[in-house]
Ligand binder design. Structure first.
Ligand code: KIV
Length: 262
């Protein structure tokens, strides 16, 4: 997968698969899979660091995780998320952040929102760095939204998202993540853009899908928003394995003779 393949996939009507990845060992596993794209999302602030929102991700944090993922997944297309306010502090700091993510191993950067930052986006693209947009529920604006809520439910909001989608395409973005919008809006945006859309909670008409790895693996059994499908019972599997190991240690069943040095 490279930047040109995204457009080709949309033209060919072939969906793009993307999943988040934040660390070396899961990157090693994902590198062996068929997945098209890895997203080092700023959701790592929540999933890996336990914060209550993505607002806590920093450029250093993102670059550290991108580098770990690149070491584990040398063959995959890696998307690096520009963290909270990193494109809102002027061109210099924005370009420093882009440089940090690209030098850490990203193939492109992803930027949430459109208003007030289209020029920065265009400048990054002109500088030779591919940019993926992100509209709908943009989690860095969670405080402004009053929570993690579906966006674009009424006609005015839907029209605004559609207009913003056209603007990020105009700014040079090569793809667009659409998060938590009604399926019909996901379809409209996808049909009206030339660039591919990648949805999360945006219905089945987008040109691809993205999920948080830990969510789709069921690492938090209780986390099951409407758009999420659990592909494994990860929380149960890990807890059972660790309990099994614990019992073996307590009972003296581990290690066995075959697991000892002579
Ligand atoms: O940070 C992230 O994981 C994301 C996805 C939810 C699209 O941006």
């Amino acid at each position: 997968m490279n930047i040109l393949d995204f457009a080709k996939r949309k033209c060919a009507g072939e969906n793009i698969s993307m999943v988040t990845c934040y660390d070396f060992w899961s990157a090693r596993i994902l590198n062996q899979t068929d997945i098209d794209t890895l997203l080092v999302g700023d959701s790592l602030a929540m999933v890996m660091h336990g914060y209550d929102s993505t607002v806590h991700a920093t450029v250093d944090m993102m670059a550290t995780h991108v580098a770990a993922v690149r070491r584990g997944a040398p063959d995959k297309f890696v998307v690096g998320d520009m963290p909270f306010l990193s494109v809102r502090k002027g061109l210099g700091p924005a370009m420093d952040a882009v440089m940090a993510l690209m030098q850490a191993g990203s193939n492109c950067v992803k930027i949430e929102g459109a208003d007030g930052q289209l020029d920065v986006m265009a400048h990054i693209v002109e500088s030779g760095v591919p940019v993926m947009g992100h509209l709908g529920l943009t989690p860095q604006s969670v405080e402004a939204f009053g929570g993690h809520k579906v966006q674009g439910r009424n006609e005015g909001d839907a029209a605004q998202i559609l207009q913003a989608a056209k603007a990020v395409q105009e700014a040079g973005c090569f793809a667009l993540v659409l998060e938590c919008v009604p399926a019909e809006l996901g379809r409209m945006v996808t049909e009206q853009l030339d660039i591919p859309t990648i949805g999360i909670g945006a219905g089945a008409s987008t040109n691809g899908q993205v999920l948080v790895l830990h969510d789709m693996l069921g690492m938090d059994a209780g986390f099951k928003p409407k758009f999420l499908r659990h592909y494994a019972a990860g929380e149960r599997t890990v807890a059972d394995a660790v309990n099994h190991y614990h019992a073996d240690v307590v009972n003296g069943a581990f290690p066995s003779a075959a697991e000892m040095y002579a």
